[in-house]
Ligand binder design. Structure first.
Ligand SMILES: Nc1nc2c(c(=O)[nH]1)N[C@H]1C(S)=C(S)[C@@H](COP(=O)(O)O)O[C@H]1N2
Ligand SMILES: [Mo]
Length: 395
């Protein structure tokens, strides 16, 4: 008789009792405590504050109410470059910070009872709003920097509205948590004193890792606007050096449908008290000025260039525009959000504001707005209108 082959029966580990499966998980250690939450929270709060303030600046420079439009400053010329560079950099840095903060506090999801009282319910609700709005804001903002809009709503107004939602919920959150924040802010918070020695490196490692992640995303993207660091710009969607004539392009002439403009037929028309028209050759015979100004795109990239052309103030004077006049600039582009641009009198009268014909010493390429484009100091890139065909004097 042959020996019986013994096949071991596969054995599964015993299931834990159902009561344990349904019980909320328990968290020990210091990585989920109030002190770690305060440490990550203050950096996230700083990033959100910078993002909100620079976002408001961007909003009011782009869509000023009527009373504000004439007051917007055209100096410093690099102002919008700095504020918008900071906006996109702080928003990008907020992504790893938000991950860290949510990971630190997620055990709070398992707090039982779910609701203790009406104020407790309201507080949890406000945190739900804060988390949802923050995740939405950073996610859609990041996709906007790569000009990808996989949603049915218009980005700018939604981004603006949700910014207020995030900020309101954040102010409420800080107010509610103020006693905790105060307790755990300083180095010698009670948390530190009670801390078992073995746990201390843990928290430091977590914060160091978060700092490293923030540093890494910042250093590999910030070169898109901070051009001395552009060699390190590995992850930003635009590189300041890549593009026709050494300048990135957001909307090409082909996309705008202006590639086939017949230059022979092109005229600049200036509508005002004394209207007139100029051919491109006639524009070239007017006094030309050269300025060094950046294009600072709302999506975060920015690049300085040398522009040559006719001063807008000279063109307005020729049309007998009164000193307080503002200007409406119309592009050849048939459709598109940036076909028509309005320019307050501070920009219109600024000697640096040009109807540019040349870029870095060469005739404008079609993608940069041939035959003529606007370049003005301290303005969002979206209002540096390309393929200009008409200036309308407004009073
Ligand atoms: N007519 C018109 N002008 C426009 C745009 C446009 O879509 N249409 N895009 C604007 C945007 S968003 C930016 S950032 C700058 C970019 O200029 P560039 O392509 O010459 O770098 O042009 C601006 N001028
Ligand atoms: Mo832009």
């Amino acid at each position: 008789m042959s020996p019986r082959l013994r096949i071991p029966r596969p054995s599964l580990p015993p299931l834990p009792p159902l009561s344990r499966l349904l019980a909320p998980p328990s968290f020990s250690g210091r990585l989920h405590d109030a002190r770690t939450a305060t440490s990550t929270g203050r950096w996230l709060g700083l990033a959100f504050a910078v993002c909100f303030v620079t976002g408001l600046i961007s909003h009011y420079l782009q869509r000023p109410p009527d009373w504000l439009a004439p007051l917007l400053p055209s100096r410093p010329v690099w102002g919008y470059r700095v504020t918008q560079g900071l906006h996109v950099a702080s928003g990008t840095a907020a992504v790893p910070l938000l991950f860290a903060k949510l990971w630190t506090v997620y055990p709070r999801l398992f707090v039982r009872p779910v609701v203790r009282s009406v104020p407790h319910a309201l507080e949890r609700l406000s945190i739900g709003v804060l988390v949802a709005a923050s995740v939405f804001q950073l996610f859609t903002g990041l996709l906007n920097t790569v000009q990808w809009y996989p949603w049915p709503f218009s980005f700018v107004p939604v981004h603006y509205a949700v910014a207020w939602l995030v900020t309101g919920a954040l102010v409420l959150h800080v107010a509610v948590k103020w006693p905790d924040i105060r307790l755990h802010w300083g180095r010698r918070s009670p948390g530190t004193l009670e801390l078992p020695a073995a746990d201390a490196p843990d928290r430091r490692s977590l914060l160091a890792a978060v700092g490293l992640a923030v540093g890494a995303v910042t250093v590999t993207t910030v070169g898109q606007s901070l051009t001395p660091l552009r060699r390190l710009d590995l992850l930003a969607p635009r590189h300041p050096d890549h593009g026709a004539q050494g300048l990135p392009v957001n909307r090409t002439a082909a996309a705008a449908g202006t590639a086939s403009v017949a230059v022979r037929d092109w005229r600049l028309s200036v509508v005002g008290p004394r209207p007139y028209e100029l051919t491109l050759d006639a524009l070239r015979t007017l006094p030309q000025y050269e300025v060094e100004l950046p294009i600072a795109c709302v999506e975060g990239w920015s690049r300085s260039a040398r522009w040559t052309g006719v001063r807008v103030m000279d063109l307005l004077e020729r049309a007998d525009a009164p000193p307080g006049a503002w200007v409406r600039v119309v592009s050849l582009e048939r459709r598109g959000a940036y076909k028509v641009m309005e320019m307050g009198r501070t920009y219109a009268r600024d000697p640096l504001t040009l109807l540019a014909l040349r870029l870095n010493g060469q005739v404008l390429s079609p993608d940069h707005g041939f035959p003529a484009r606007i370049i003005a100091p301290n303005r969002p890139g979206v209002w540096q209108t390309k393929w200009v065909t008409r200036l309308e004097v407004m009073v």
